[in-house]
Design a protein around this ligand. Structure first.
Ligand SMILES: [Mg+2]
Length: 277
């Protein structure tokens, strides 16, 4: 194993982290993007009036060489593939990169195949956790397993009135973070892994300037993205529990517009209006 590490490190020096990473992609990334746009899906990129969505998707497609687009969502890869198909008629196109499963999956946007360089370290942190956690979760009031194929996390619907909240510290003692979002989703993620941590790792691999990044989201599972200190847009339809954090997030702009209209408003706010208007 040590031999592998040495080889990887040497290779790293010769070709650079970004090149190494790009070798795992099916399609090339913009060489020197002017903007790195990182969008949540439900309520954010998929949110707002259809006319605003069409206009925004059209703009994104036109800017493909200048804007590096990343989906950053709680959805798994299968569900992302479905939404791309469903919303293709209104112009939604595949992004360059995908962060899925609330930060536990990283994939190429065009092939939707996971990228081992980013995923393997998360997989290692998840190893054995599911087997240890499931017995504690079985039969708990207010919890229903989500009918999705989730990777490196456990995903539940939660009835917050019936759920026994004292279970959270017991679960977290096993080395997971419990993330309640939109008042109805409960995710168990390997401790320290979330949308924000995975996004920062990705930016490091790609050697991207943080000043060029704008993130956008609407629920508590986006909070970790907003806590990175990167420019962020909380869209106008953000959930109340997320809005409550706004005063301590100086790099985050609260938009009036919902969904896509809010993202566009945020891009103007952060000085990318010459790209948008
Ligand atoms: Mg959302």
């Amino acid at each position: 194993m040590l031999g592998d590490t040495v080889v990887a490190t040497c290779l790293d020096r010769v070709v650079g982290g970004r090149q190494l990473f790009e070798r795992q992609l099916a399609a090339p990334l913009p060489r020197d993007p002017e903007l790195v746009l990182v969008t949540d899906l439900d309520g954010t990129l998929l949110g707002g009036p259809t006319a605003d969505r069409r206009r925004f998707y059209h703009w994104l497609a036109e800017q493909r060489q200048r804007v590096l687009h990343v989906f950053c969502t709680g959805r798994d890869l299968g569900s992302i593939a479905r939404v791309l198909q469903e919303d293709e008629p209104i112009g939604l196109a595949a992004p360059h990169l995908v962060i899925g499963d609330v930060g536990c999956t990283v994939a190429c946007g065009s092939s939707l195949l996971p990228l081992p360089l980013a995923v393997d370290p998360i997989e290692a942190r998840w190893a054995g956790l599911q087997e240890r956690l499931l017995p504690l979760l079985q039969g708990q009031p207010g919890l229903t397993s989500q009918p999705i194929h989730s990777d490196r996390r456990l995903a539940y619907y939660v009835d917050v009135e019936r759920f026994d909240h004292s279970l959270v510290p017991q679960l977290e003692a096993y080395g997971v973070d419990c993330l309640l979002s939109d008042n109805r989703y409960l995710d168990l993620l390997p401790a320290g892994v979330n949308k924000g941590s995975t996004l920062l790792t990705l930016l490091e691999w790609l050697e991207l300037d943080h000043a060029k990044v704008v993130t956008a989201g609407d629920t508590l599972n986006d909070l970790a993205m907003f806590e990175t200190g990167l420019n962020g847009v909380m869209v106008g339809n953000a959930e109340a529990a997320l809005l409550a954090h706004l005063p301590r997030l100086p790099s985050v702009y609260l938009a009036a517009g919902e969904g896509c209209a809010g993202i566009a408003e945020g891009l103007r706010h952060f000085g990318f209006d010459h790209r948008w208007d």
